[in-house]
Design a protein around this ligand. Structure first.
Ligand SMILES: NC(=O)c1ccc[n+]([C@@H]2O[C@H](COP(=O)([O-])OP(=O)(O)OC[C@H]3O[C@@H](n4cnc5c(N)ncnc54)[C@H](OP(=O)(O)O)[C@@H]3O)[C@@H](O)[C@H]2O)c1
Length: 384
């Protein structure tokens, strides 16, 4: 494997930081050429000093800060709102890790694909809202997509070298989030901190809230559908609280292939970076004797209606997934800013989804217009 040149979009977030840890371990195999952040420009500054990328991008305030503080470094400082699409398409780039959150990742994701890069998306929002376009453009431009999201990485690994015609279904595992054992009657009395206390994974705030309401799993159903070109009926969610099995593929003959490991995002990140090679990760091995047992449950869609709503949205497709995503982004943000209660997130998202008239096979322009319409409608509903 030659030296691979990597861009990390969202290097200051949970996935971005883990990606840099993996790269640090294999510094003879990877060179960081681009890092991007949004508001955390102080952490970005430390990352620049450590990894010496040739390009970075950050918000306008961050651009001013870095220009002032970095001195005579050979790092070009770009604007995150304007320059991500050209950054990922630079000739020298081999791999683009999409570790930024939200639908803002769609533009650079598409640009990386159109430039024929290897794209390692942790971001699921772009795949949810415009997955079909991303996949067909990837085929057209011979770009490779190697998923980082742990469940998608598991499915990718379970399906490697298999005849896809023999696949029956995917068992998409879910740890159950912070509210698995909390009665629904208590949901409205839970603080932001209680919701953010995920039992298995340490992640960014938005995905942790989505996990608590199983909206994240709903997004993953749509992500799985588009990434592996399956029907929604071929994807079954299984609650597995130990979160050691990251997903399973069941074949026609009844055999099931699973991918297991400890809950550490460095593993799927490393696999996406070193693919198809497997290298020593240095992480704690899975100890079955310590684990003792695995549990499995059917998801409770009465308690977590976001899961049923996502399945409905995934089935209808078209512009509806972009409505689900944008309404959720706005509502989760309002919850994190203590403007609404936890259960309001679902109520608001459902209302907006039901208001929308789905357009089939939308163009990218239609998807982006729908995203804008949804954000305005959701904000109006929250702040009226
Ligand atoms: N965390 C996990 O374990 C995990 C697992 C599977 C999938 N994912 C997915 O991976 C993505 C990132 O998750 P995360 O937990 O790492 O999120 P996070 O900790 O919130 O980090 C998000 C990153 O995106 C940047 N960012 C935020 N808004 C942006 C915008 N509008 N434009 C450009 N950059 C922006 C942030 O910059 P600043 O911090 O500088 O503001 C930060 O670097 C999400 O799509 C999530 O669903 C995460």
């Amino acid at each position: 494997m030659g030296l691979k040149k990597v861009v990390i979009l969202g290097s200051t977030g949970s996935i971005g930081i883990s990606t840099l840890k993996v790269i640090e371990r294999f510094s003879n195999k990877f060179k960081v050429v681009g890092l991007t952040a949004y508001n955390n420009f102080k952490l970005l500054e430390r990352q620049i000093r450590k990894f010496s990328p040739t390009h970075v991008a950050v918000s306008t305030k961050g651009v001013e800060y870095l220009k002032k503080h970095l001195g005579a470094r050979q790092t070009r400082i770009l604007n995150v709102e304007e320059d991500l699409e050209s950054l990922v398409a630079l000739k020298c780039v081999d791999i683009v890790v999409i570790a930024m959150r939200g639908s803002a990742a769609l533009g650079p994701f598409l640009s990386a694909i159109r430039a024929g890069k290897t794209v390692a998306p942790a971001n699921k929002e772009a795949l949810v809202i415009a997955g079909d376009i991303l996949i067909s453009e990837a085929k057209r431009h011979k770009a490779t997509i190697i998923p980082v999201d742990s469940e998608q990485s598991a499915i990718f690994q379970c399906l490697e070298g298999r005849n896809r015609g023999e696949l029956k279904k995917i068992h998409l595992t879910a740890s159950g989030g912070a509210l698995l054992d909390v009665p629904k009657s208590r949901f409205d009395h839970l603080s932001v901190n209680q919701i953010l206390n995920h039992p298995r994974w340490k992640m960014g705030k938005k995905i942790t809230v989505d996990s608590a309401m199983l909206m994240n799993k709903g997004f993953e159903i749509i992500e799985t559908k588009v990434l592996f070109q399956l029907s929604i009926d071929q994807i079954q969610v299984v609650v597995h609280p130990e979160a050691i099995i990251h997903s399973m593929a069941e074949f026609k003959d009844g055999s099931i292939i699973a991918q297991l490991s400890i809950t550490d995002m460095r593993l799927p990140i490393q696999y996406a970076l070193t693919y198809p090679e497997r290298l020593e990760s240095g992480l704690k091995p899975t100890n079955f004797f310590e684990l003792g047992q695995f549990n499995f449950k059917k998801p409770d869609t009465n308690k977590f209606p976001a899961l049923a709503l996502s399945i409905h949205v995934g089935r209808r497709g078209g512009t509806l997934p972009s409505v689900l995503n944008a309404a959720d982004e706005v509502a989760v943000d309002a919850f994190l800013n203590k403007k609404i209660k936890f259960s309001d997130i679902y109520r608001i998202v459902e209302k907006i989804v039901l208001r929308h008239r789905t357009i089939k096979n939308p163009t990218l322009k239609k998807i982006l217009e729908t995203d804008q319409w949804t954000r305005q409608e959701t904000e109006r509903l929250i702040f009226r």
